[in-house]
Design a binder for this molecule. Structure first.
Ligand code: CTP
Length: 418
């Protein structure tokens, strides 16, 4: 098929320098590498573009699978085009993967491999294998195709071409979600990005796997015991989901399929989830932080997903704020509080600005007070500084601090910004 011709591919993906695919093949042939293929998103996108000219190919990198050693292949590539034109940016000799840069283009080279998952959700055991087995280990029919550079041929073991034609995503086998539950999040992302549907049997596989919960660790168990490989990959997939402009549809998909249960059951059932994340995002809160804060036990989930220290701090601050506010509401003590009392109360909690925004987005019944402090009272300073008081004859000491605070609070109650 003409579409899989090297020069045609280079024309379609304008980032690729003309002739590069022939050079890559040459390097493979002269190192006795049997098979060299393009795999992954580029193959899917080339086909999608051939069906719909409006489709935008967003090129990130070129993924190559070889039946051979990346190091020998890269050495030969350096011999052919010169060592200065091939920069090795990453190399993992255990997994036999390398990343190189040629003319500013990132090329990932990996030895074809077979994967087995002895423990569901944990990292797989990997062994060198054939391109065929490398495709079998993948996530979806639309992502499991390869273009063989030797004979310009599409390798399509799972009817990926038809899947793109029919706009229907499917897993490759019945244990796909069991092997790697993060595929649920990936499915929602591809489905939203490409505007494809997930097949009925794939949705059933998601439901059945989550309902049977075949993993040793259960949500609610100690986070220290949560399989960290799975938790980290879940977080990375959620981050990728929020990077795309189609994240709202991806989240909708997850809720429709019952897939958010894998993260948290409250998120799965929250009909206003997208709206709340949108508000938080507009206030410059990272959507993943906002998502986690809407869960049943946000601090627990933040730790389980291994969020950053800063994200955990924001969530802990918001949670602290929530607990204090619940106490205030329960005791009906706030009704006659002047702004100064609110200011003293809220500043004592020592939560950062993003924590306040999270609580406001969560529709706290006291959100008007939080907003007033965050956007108004917080910025009101004392009209007189320490040095002014000293110039007026005050003796240096703690009284000066008390007086400055008194004057600031007075001004806050008068709500006059100088
Ligand atoms: N892959 C997989 N399972 C994963 C991650 C990746 O099977 N958990 C495979 C898929 O075949 C995927 C390829 O590795 O197409 C490359 O993955 P990645 O670079 O994440 O995505 P792309 O599909 O290349 O492209 P996009 O950036 O559009 O997601």
């Amino acid at each position: 098929m003409e579409l899989f011709d090297k020069s045609k591919i280079e024309k379609e993906i304008e980032e690729l320098p003309s002739g590069i695919l022939t050079i890559l093949l040459e390097a493979a042939l002269s190192t006795n590498i049997n098979s060299i293929s393009i795999v992954g998103g580029v193959v899917r996108d080339l086909i999608a573009k051939s069906k719909n000219q409006d489709y935008d190919i967003i090129f990130n990198d070129l993924d190559l699978i070889i039946e051979g050693e990346p190091s020998k292949f890269i050495e030969e590539l350096q011999n052919i085009i010169g060592p200065e034109r091939v920069k090795v940016t990453r190399n993992n000799s255990n997994y036999k993967t390398s990343e190189i840069m040629i003319n500013g283009i990132r090329i990932d080279i990996a030895t074809a491999r077979k994967e087995t998952y002895p423990i569901p959700g944990e990292n797989p055991i990997v062994e060198s294998s054939t391109i065929k087995n490398d495709l079998i280990r993948r996530d979806f029919n639309i992502n499991a195709m390869a273009i063989d550079l030797k004979d310009n041929r599409l390798i399509d073991l799972f009817s990926g071409l038809d899947a793109i034609e029919n706009m229907k995503i499917d897993f490759l086998h019945e244990s796909s979600v069991l092997d790697d539950p993060t595929r649920i999040i990936r499915a929602s992302r591809y489905s939203a990005k490409l505007d494809f549907n997930l097949s009925i049997q794939a949705i059933r596989q998601i439901e059945d796997t989550i309902n049977a919960w075949p993993w040793k660790w259960h949500i609610g168990d100690n986070t220290d015991l949560a399989p960290s490989a799975l938790s980290i990959r879940l977080r990375m997939e959620l981050e990728l989901l929020f990077k795309g402009k189609y994240w709202k549809n991806a989240l909708k998909n997850l809720q429709n399929w019952g897939g958010l249960k894998i993260v948290d059951s409250q998120l799965q059932n929250d009909q206003k989830l997208i709206e709340k994340i949108l508000i938080a995002k507009k206030s410059k809160i990272e959507p993943l932080t906002a998502l986690v804060y809407e869960s049943k036990n946000p601090i627990y989930l933040a730790k389980r997903l291994h969020l950053s220290k800063q994200q955990i701090e924001i969530i802990e601050g918001a949670y602290r704020l929530k607990i204090y506010l619940e106490d205030v509401i329960a005791n009906h003590i706030y009704k006659n509080w002047p702004p100064s009392k609110w200011t003293i109360f809220l500043e004592k909690i020592n939560a950062n600005e993003s924590s306040f925004i999270l609580e406001i987005c969560k529709e706290s019944p006291l959100k008007e007070y939080l907003k007033s402090w965050l956007y108004k009272w917080k910025y009101i300073e004392s009209p007189i500084k320490g040095e002014d008081l000293i110039a007026k004859g005050w003796k240096p000491g703690p009284e000066i601090g008390i007086e400055i605070k008194r004057l600031r609070m007075k001004l806050i109650d008068e709500e006059i910004i100088l």
